[in-house]
Write a protein that binds this ligand. Structure first.
Ligand SMILES: [Zn+2]
Length: 349
């Protein structure tokens, strides 16, 4: 989930990007060449088992002449699978002859985390979506973020970043964009969300937007669209179908792939304030009292957290601070104090 668990390294002031050294990442693809290219972003990473080794991040460029550029990413968090499943597939099956412009696909953005099946990188514990704008002289995760910040994002007209709940959250399937101060940009992003045509479409807010890829793209004035398509550290047939169909729909909507958007009804949801989030205040075993997609009244018990250390203790009740629908919940059976237990979203008529 984009809006979780911000952890910022440092305290050092960020330099203006013009003062930074060049990125150590070498792409094996030419972004200005027509046709299909399947290559790597090669990032030097010297370590015990490979003195002059590199991290090889798969990248695909599909280009056909002039036109808009879409930058498509999955695996920003390494334990979310709908995006990688849709994007490795798209890279293999989309014929550049069908493209007007350029499609850049990085199906596993935080590739070390993706290979480990973990949210953050096993190399440096870097959470890609809290590492922007990154640093060319930083950790592996910061170097990848820096490459996106300075080399890939500036090329894009539309940026699409797939997420799901990962191992610790589960969501109703939705496509989302943020409410933004720039209303013209917000409108373009919501139009792309509508084109994706997931069962749900979300006007999204974040718990803490600092360091997010989303924020980096939006600050550059890019149309930024994301998803939360399920979770639990796996994928489902339905959520992968939604991802594949929605991605093609957005490329059609952007005029990059020919053909009409396959429209299906979508229910718009809103996260009007921080009241949508509920957090555990104690460790324990969580009992979901409402399932995903079910209606919720303000004050209703969403979940109970049972103390496990001894018997005879009443469970802590997690109550809804607003009415709406349960849009997300904690996935594992045990929770820790501070964990996000549930997210309620308001239904928009
Ligand atoms: Zn995520």
């Amino acid at each position: 989930m984009p809006g979780q668990c911000a952890a910022q390294a440092g305290g050092e002031e960020l330099k203006p990007t013009s003062d930074l050294r060049p990125s150590p990442v070498s792409p094996s693809v030419d972004f200005d060449r027509d046709g299909a290219q399947h290559g790597f972003l090669r990032l030097p990473y010297s370590r015990d088992d490979s003195a002059w080794g590199s991290v090889m991040i798969p990248i695909c460029v599909l280009r056909n002449g002039k036109g808009p550029t879409a930058l498509l990413t999955g695996g920003n968090h390494g334990d979310e699978y709908e995006g990688p499943l849709a994007l490795y597939d798209l890279a293999r099956t989309l014929d550049p002859a069908q493209v007007s412009g350029t499609v850049i696909i990085v199906p596993a953005m935080n590739y070390p985390a993706f290979r480990a099946g973990t949210r953050t990188s096993p190399i440096d514990k870097g959470n890609m979506n809290r590492s922007f704008p990154g640093r060319p002289d930083g950790t592996v995760t910061e170097k990848i973020a820096d490459y996106f910040q300075r080399e890939l994002l500036p090329r894009a007209d539309i940026v699409f970043d797939f997420h799901s709940g990962g191992k610790t959250l589960d969501f109703v399937p939705f496509c989302a964009a943020h409410t933004l101060p720039n209303k013209a940009l917000e409108q373009r992003a919501f139009a792309a969300v509508e084109a994706f045509a997931a069962p749900f479409s979300m006007r999204m807010i974040e718990i803490d937007a600092v360091g997010m890829y989303d924020t980096a793209a939006e600050d550059m004035g890019k149309v930024f669209v994301t998803t939360e398509l399920g979770g639990g550290g796996t994928s489902r047939a339905e959520t992968v179908r939604i991802a594949r169909r929605g991605m093609l729909n957005v490329l059609r909507h952007a005029g990059i792939v020919a053909g009409a958007v396959e429209k299906t009804p979508t229910q718009w949801l809103d996260m009007p304030s921080g009241d949508c989030f509920a957090f555990a205040e104690e460790d324990g075993m969580v009992e979901t009292m409402v399932d995903l997609g079910e209606p919720v009244d303000k004050g209703a018990v969403l979940a109970r957290i049972h103390s496990t250390g001894r018997t005879g203790i009443a469970p802590q009740e997690i109550r809804a601070k607003m009415s709406g629908m349960l849009a997300a919940r904690h996935f594992p059976g045990l929770v820790k104090a501070g964990d996000c237990v549930s997210v309620v979203a308001a239904l928009v008529d």
